[in-house]
Write a protein that binds this ligand. Structure first.
Ligand SMILES: [Zn+2]
Length: 305
């Protein structure tokens, strides 16, 4: 696969506004022309019969390890408690992401984000997990995972510094927007964290005069820029909700930890988890405009200082 994609890019120069598909159109990369990447790993619907449904991993009780495969190795058995996998679609996140991308292009007068899409249903591929849990060793799913991650890599290679926004939907009763920077909910509530623990570590180093708390949940935070658009769009963390205060909250997954700047590089990442009412068609157009403005404000202040 790497060879095939590598060959593709040797033979074809990629240009902004190109749309590149992976095998069978399971994955898609809309090439952008700004240092912003939108990823949507859980909005897909395709359920090809050649990829069996992800069910549960195999639990080896001696090694206390899960093996994510359809045929369990000797000594391990399918266990939906110890090796549970998530298969629920993040409803309307693809639609929300495409609306957002279009609004950003309009707002900036033609600067469009890179968009990386997984069209496979989460029951076939979870593109926000490590490869084994994501694809269960099924070759077509393995290839789609490689392509999805490679598309992110290509987008990152077209920028020096930049921002990746990974878009999801949650079902938590709080109905707020959860912004994940890799800080656990307990640590957000207690204030026990430092910039180097987070997926926006690079940005914090570029802005040494801005206290990290200001960037994370103060006047320069994405949460504040979203809330400033419409006070129905409550965010955590933000000036109004510095932490989840014991409530439900997702702190960021595989994409945010792998492709953000915690481990390496100068591309920062933030996971956005949206409540369902915001993703519905009745709210989506209004929210798309608001989030486009908020991200653009955050982006311009953070990358054009
Ligand atoms: Zn998700």
């Amino acid at each position: 696969m790497w060879f095939i994609l590598g060959l593709y890019f040797l033979l074809h120069t990629i240009n902004a506004q190109d749309v590149i598909f992976g095998q069978n159109k399971y994955t898609e990369y809309q090439v952008g022309n700004m240092s912003l990447i939108l990823t949507v790993p859980h909005g897909g619907s395709l359920t090809p019969s050649t990829i069996p449904a992800r069910d549960a991993g195999c639990w080896d009780k001696v090694a206390k390890t899960c093996f994510y495969t359809h045929n369990c190795p000797t000594g391990a058995v399918k266990d939906s408690t110890n090796c549970k996998v998530s298969t629920v679609k993040d409803l309307y996140t693809l639609e929300t992401t495409l609306t957002l991308a279009k609004e950003i292009c309009t707002l900036t007068g033609g600067y469009c984000p890179h968009v990386v899409i997984n069209h496979l249903a989460r029951s076939r591929l979870d593109a926000n997990r490590d490869k084994e849990e994501a694809a269960f060793g099924v070759s077509q799913a393995d290839q789609a995972w490689d392509e999805f991650m490679n598309f992110i890599g290509i987008a990152k290679s077209r920028m020096s510094r930049g921002l990746l926004i990974d878009i999801h939907g949650h079902g938590h009763p709080e109905q707020w927007i959860e912004l994940g920077y890799l800080i656990s909910k307990a640590n957000l509530d207690s204030g026990t964290f430092s910039a180097s623990d987070t997926s926006i570590y690079s940005m914090s180093k570029q802005l040494p005069d801005v206290p990290f708390g200001t960037l994370l949940r103060g006047s320069r935070s994405l949460g504040r820029f979203i809330e400033a658009q419409n006070n129905n769009y409550a965010c955590v963390p933000s000036p109004t909700n510095p932490g989840p205060n014991g409530g439900n909250y997702f702190s960021g997954g595989y994409i945010t930890s792998t492709h953000g700047s915690k481990l390496r590089g100068e591309v920062d990442a933030i996971q956005i988890e949206l409540p369902k009412w915001i993703r519905e068609s009745s709210e989506r157009p209004r929210f798309g405009v608001a989030l486009a403005k908020a991200i653009t404000n955050f982006y311009q202040l953070s990358f054009h200082n």
